[in-house]
Design a protein around this ligand. Sequence first.
Ligand SMILES: Cc1cc2nc3c(=O)[nH]c(=O)nc-3n(C[C@H](O)[C@H](O)[C@H](O)COP(=O)(O)OP(=O)(O)OC[C@H]3O[C@@H](n4cnc5c(N)ncnc54)[C@H](O)[C@@H]3O)c2cc1C
Length: 232
Amino acid sequence: MPGYYWYFSRGERELNVGLGYMMYPDKVGSNIRDLNEQIRNRRYPQAEIIKSQGDQIPARLPLASCLNNGFMTAGDAAALANPINGEGHGPAIMSGIKAGKIATKAIEDGDVSEKNLWAYNKFIWSDWGVGFSWGVALVKFWKTQGFDSFNFLLKKGIFQSDDLMLMNQNPEAKISMIRRAVRGWYRPRLLWKLRQTIVLARKFQSHARNYPELENFDVWVEELKILESIEI
Ligand SMILES: Cc1cc2nc3c(=O)[nH]c(=O)nc-3n(C[C@H](O)[C@H](O)[C@H](O)COP(=O)(O)OP(=O)(O)OC[C@H]3O[C@@H](n4cnc5c(N)ncnc54)[C@H](O)[C@@H]3O)c2cc1C
């Protein structure tokens, strides 16, 4: 943990079986085939492998800039996968559509310069920059506090699965855990870390909302790096 696995039906006699997990330093080098086999054998030890594949998911904030003169990038190539659940199909489709529209207009204008494409960066950051802020902050929490600590918060109802849904569906909605936090009074340090996580997520959101004009981009990136370097 944190991770997940799945068994999807592909008709009468075929399955898509797989797993996803965070590539933390302690997992680098672990045998992915072994892990996959363990998952498969839980339910389908007799299964024959027809095809096997895997890939990485760029679960992080979007690229600071997703374009250059005459160039735009979308989907995974722009790092548009949700850090909480790895969901990247929706962002890939939506960013691709937006990139296409802005590129069409730029070509009609006869100006495909970085400056004329800049609205695309603003769109990306106002949507997924804001949306993924919760994920990057939570991943920082998981990395330093461990998933058991997060489970404790879930068990006590201090952090609820509905909060995760809300963070995905309406990232800027108010989420208050103050009243629920009383249930974990005997772990004040953990509660403090949770508070730091929420504050950091809000800072990322506000930075994403304040995506700059091209002229101020370098300063904005420096400020982003400072936020990214904060440990929980
Ligand atoms: C194991 C796994 C499970 C996932 N599960 C989910 C899920 O359940 N839900 C979800 O929303 N997301 C999921 N994702 C994430 C999702 O698959 C990606 O975020 C999404 O597919 C990104 O779409 P994309 O078009 O940006 O990139 P891709 O789907 O990677 O498409 C890029 C395409 O470009 C092609 N290509 C690469 N280089 C070149 C080249 N030089 N010339 C021509 N073509 C090239 C590639 O072959 C590929 O077909 C999962 C990812 C993985 C790895």
